[in-house]
Design a protein around this ligand. Sequence first.
Ligand code: AHM
Ligand code: MG
Length: 338
Amino acid sequence: MHIGTTLTQFLIEEQRHVKGATGDFTGLLNDVVTACKMISNGVNHGGLLGVLGAAGSENVQGEEQKKMDVLSNEIFLKRNEWAGHLAAMASEEMDEVYQIPAGNPRGKYLLLFDPLDGSSNIDVNVSVGSIFSILRCPGGENVDGPTPVEAFLQPGVKQVCAGYAIYGPSTMLVLTTGHGVNGFTLDPNVGEFVLTHENMTIPADTKEFAINMSNYRFWEEPVRRYVDECLKGSAGPRGKDFNMRWVASMVAEVHRILTRGGVFMYPMDSKLKEKGGKLRLMYEANPMSFIVEQAGGAATTGRERIMEMQPKGIHQRVPVVLGSKNEVELITRYHTSP
Ligand code: AHM
Ligand code: MG
């Protein structure tokens, strides 16, 4: 593969290396990619299309939904329900599992997504993104009746593919199928994603961290210790000066880390105890962990590897520490053997 390869070409080439591949997975990814292009178009036109602002509803998590949240969710469902690649879908924006409508063929995969992550940023014209994860459905397309929620409750190590689209100054799609991470940029004149970032890797060391500092007083001791040490700079135990960033858009944060290294944390804190954390295991933490690990980084809750967790529910939340390997290992050590 070379710089300039289109995403369609890339997927077909990948499929050629898989013995007995039916083209189902390639077809599914094509539909996911089309959904991302359509959302990108909506996000880019923003106020011109009247899609900014609140929708006047709440999602299953009790969060205010933006018009673009609702629209993006609809786009993901409609693009992916018809082709026969999926047994069911699950979305951060929907309470229940979404069943493939009667009359449409069923397939062997499960699609999970956060249709518009970081959507609180959309009205202020800051980068947002879509995150997705693909699993195999146990029993495949031969399950009778509705696909049960239990089918989705697989640890992150079982993911077949994970990716995100970032709607920033340019729209990019970043993808892993377990053989490294590749980034594609949307050429708006042609309407195709083109390979621009081959084999993305995260350096093991960094001098940059990302955390919502306003939660300092709610954090647990290991996180305070880590951040305090970073803030002490070259005079402190870390012996180097650190820089801090917080976009409040996980996709933008992970993208920065894939580009130049760093560590991102949304740790456990005293006001999140009951919920289990801020970010969702199935739609945010698992797909981003898969991408980060495939790029040579690490991802834990502070205590355990995220991708090995046995999910208890589709909307489960978890603490997240991910990015440059040595930094994530240090933070995890502070939690596990203080
Ligand atoms: P969302 O899925 O409702 O958009 O929430 C997830 C977002 C992440 O993208 C981001 O890292 C975090 O929430 C920002 O949280 P905060 O508002 O505390 O800065
Ligand atoms: Mg989200």
